[in-house]
Design a protein around this ligand. Structure first.
Ligand SMILES: [Zn+2]
Length: 468
């Protein structure tokens, strides 16, 4: 279909440029192009490659190559229209035009567009900024977003730019360079030189320390989030590396060979697997060769391991981990490509989490791909149980005292005519769909009165459902 082809072309370019301008949502911009250019068929689109109705502003858009004059109409507050000759930007192609859109809105007048994640909010803000005069501008664009399900482009982004669900402690450090300028295609594991807890690692990076990492893994395998994955940490003595690498500080001994506990090692493998998966990679590579690695351009499905010792006169990571990086790459790749079948685990690639209860994510001691290792961890921590990917307690043998909703898999009937599906639990998250059939749906987990749909479509408010 012509419209779909146009949407996909624009979406690719919007994704290409948005992050460079701290724009964190794509669907409203794609919808603007659809509306302003009539899916690429308008006079301005055909003759001037201007898909956003961008008017000429001096020095605003360096990618433009001239001016195109034609009659345009503006809506007045009394709903009447005024037609007049106007000067529009002319671009050489669609790529330059999309870049032009971001340059056009990259002024203080539009600063409220930065880092907005909700499409509706983005549109309300840009309308408030007087980008367009049409009184129904926001409604018309939201209709286009719904009609073509454009938030699917935002969800892909959310998944990529999210943080690991394996995290059970978060203490964000102010030490980072803001949003990455390069997409993630490297992972750099470090040793923190100390058998610290996850909390202890996170405490190492207060303001003024001029160092940080994306994740820290404590001596018991617990994972801390320290710099969000979307941001560039200060970890590897190389800005070029840290712009594209997820950096991980791991608890280790304080002397050569800086050994790590089994729990740290297993958590590192699980975390690397998760980082690769969320970033669309199915292969983790270790070349054990600085020059070869730094000269290598990873394919779109590949993630590459790098090490701190290549960028600074340091032994980081120590030989204990350095000599195991081939094994890390192999096991992570196996996890990603499904070569390791885990018995009694239905959800492929799911992890065994050790927690006091499924709901108490903060209590998590670790997440393991191996059930045996998870059991070992639970044995070392009285009061802890092992939960599978569905939240079912699998060890110790479940007793009747297990909270009923630790095993979350039940059906509900929707009781309202239209129930929004959101990308996460809560009304502050983007709408990604709508249930209109009052049908019966399976819920696989619960959070604050919201239920996650088994289909993976998103979350619905359970207040508008009945359990069946
Ligand atoms: Zn290091």
């Amino acid at each position: 279909m012509v419209e779909e082809k146009f949407i996909n072309e624009i979406a690719t370019l919007v994704k290409k440029y948005a992050s460079q301008y701290e724009i964190n949502v794509y669907s409203p911009i794609i919808a603007q192009a659809c509306l302003e250019s009539a899916y690429g068929t308008s006079e301005l689109a055909r003759n001037a490659q201007n898909y956003f109705g961008l008017k000429y502003r001096k020095n605003r858009c360096p990618s433009a190559i001239g001016i195109y004059r034609k009659v345009g109409s503006e809506q007045n507050p009394d709903r009447t229209y005024t037609n007049s000759y106007m000067e529009w930007l002319r671009f050489p192609d669609m790529d330059a035009c999309v870049k032009g859109y971001f340059d056009f809105t990259n002024t203080p007048a539009y600063k409220n567009l930065k880092n907005v994640t909700d499409p509706y909010k983005y549109l309300c803000n840009i309308k408030a900024d007087c980008y367009a005069t049409s009184l129904n501008y926001v409604d018309n664009l939201m209709n286009i977003i719904r009609k073509w399900n454009l938030t699917k482009f935002d969800i892909e982004r959310d998944d990529k730019m999210s943080n690991s669900p394996l995290v059970s402690y978060t203490k964000l450090s102010p030490n980072h360079s803001g949003q990455r300028t390069h997409s993630i295609d490297r992972i750099t594991p470090h040793c923190v030189v100390g058998q610290l807890t996850a909390e202890g690692i996170a405490a190492c990076f207060p303001a003024g320390r001029e160092a940080s990492c994306n994740y820290g893994i404590g001596k018991d395998g617990k994972i801390a989030l320290i710099v969000e994955e979307k941001n560039c940490s200060w970890c590897s003595s190389s800005n070029a590396n840290d712009q594209r690498a997820v950096t991980i500080e791991c608890a280790s001994d304080t002397t050569h060979p800086y050994a790590m506990t089994d729990a740290v090692y297993e958590s590192l493998i699980n975390l690397c697997t998760d980082i690769c998966r969320r970033n669309g990679k199915n292969t983790l590579l270790w070349f054990a060769d600085k020059n070869k690695t730094l000269a290598y351009t990873p394919k779109s499905n590949e993630m590459v391991l790098t090490v701190h010792r290549w960028f600074a006169n340091k032994a980081c990571p120590g030989d204990w981990l350095y000599n195991r990086l081939g094994d890390v790459a192999k096991r992570v790749t196996n996890n990603l490509q499904g070569n390791t079948q885990k018995p009694s685990n239905t959800a492929s690639g799911a992890l065994y989490r050790v927690r006091k209860s499924w709901q108490d994510a903060q209590s998590q001691k670790g997440a393991f791909s191996s059930l045996a290792n998870a059991k070992k961890c639970a044995n070392e921590n009285p009061g802890y149980s092992v939960f599978d990917g569905n939240g079912t307690a699998v060890y110790p043998a479940s007793s009747s005292s297990t909270p009923s909703n630790s095993s979350m898999l039940y059906k509900v009937k929707v009781t309202v005519d239209a129930l929004n599906i959101r990308s996460r639990a809560g009304t502050n998250h983007p709408i990604v769909g709508c249930i209109r059939d009052k049908g019966i749906y399976t819920i696989v987990s619960e959070q604050n009165g919201w239920g996650k749909l088994k289909s993976g479509a998103g979350w619905i408010s359970l207040a508008y459902t009945q359990r069946v």
